[in-house]
Design a protein around this ligand. Structure first.
Ligand code: HEM
Length: 237
């Protein structure tokens, strides 16, 4: 999974392309096997539902169904891992916010949303331009590839007052952490539940959680698409 994420995160890096593509093919073959088993013997689980919805209800091909399964795995795993570590890292780097969420559980959803803005794991997205367009006074030709930097949008002073501050009382200014428009993240509600549940478990079990040493936390560390720490060194007790 990491090889695929590294490749898609830096698609211009030729060294990452071959291992990334190979890992993608292996994952696709594995997902294809799982889909094949469901065709023969359908189970009463999420995979069974997905296969049923694609093949019997939707009339999609087996290949399209397999790609959908791969998309869910790729879209749902690394992002959620990074989102949880981003939320915990944001709180550990902002002790007053950490103290507040420890005593006020209701503020934890706000903390997750502010972490989405402040330390969002989706640093940016690529788009293929389908027709000539002007954006912010710049002409962009059809056929170009553009990179939409969500991290930059999240620190736009016109959208967020004092954007550098991790602020649990921030008003308005929705984040773009799950994208926007027709490709808005299909897993957003699940991801919110997962991150909130993990945060509750961690804070309730380890109220003295703190950083073990200064954190290396910067944009670009994991390529252009994903953002986050390689490790989150904490002391629990
Ligand atoms: C905190 C965790 C997550 C983050 C930060 C995240 C982020 C995103 C973003 C930014 C997009 C838009 C991509 C685009 O416009 O090109 C997206 C789409 C998508 N996400 Fe998530 N996601 C998360 C969790 C999940 C989960 C848990 C699942 C699956 C269960 C999932 C599955 C998908 C899929 C399949 C798409 C493509 C939707 C489409 O193209 O119509 N994501 N996600």
């Amino acid at each position: 999974m990491r090889k695929i994420v590294a490749w898609t995160g830096s698609p211009m890096n030729e060294e990452l392309a071959a291992p990334g593509q190979q890992a993608f093919e292996e994952l696709k073959a594995y997902a294809g096997e799982l889909v094949g088993k469901q065709q023969v013997n359908s189970s009463d689980n999420l995979l069974g539902e997905i296969v049923h919805a694609h093949l019997e209800e939707g009339g999609f091909s087996v290949d399209a169904c397999t790609v959908a399964v791969v998309s869910l795995l790729l879209g749902g795993l690394e992002t959620t891992i990074q989102m949880l570590s981003a939320t915990v890292a944001s709180l550990l780097l902002n002790p007053s916010a950490l103290a507040r969420v420890q005593s006020d559980r209701a503020s934890r959803d706000t903390a997750v949303d502010e972490a989405f803005r402040w330390a969002n794991p989706s640093a940016g997205l690529y788009r293929l331009v389908t027709s000539d367009v002007q954006i912010g006074g710049t002409d962009v030709k059809a056929g170009s590839m553009v990179y939409l930097c969500i991290a930059a949008a999240h620190f736009d002073e016109q959208a967020y007052a004092r954007p550098e501050v991790f602020d649990l009382d921030r008003q308005g200014g929705q984040h773009l952490g799950f994208g926007l428009g027709p490709h808005y993240c299909v897993g957003a509600p699940l991801a919110r539940i997962e991150v909130r549940a993990a945060l509750d478990a961690l804070l309730d079990r380890f109220p003295r959680i703190r950083l073990e040493r200064p954190l290396d936390f910067r944009y670009g560390a994991r390529g252009f698409v994903q953002h986050g720490t390689e490790e989150l060194p904490v002391l629990l007790n």
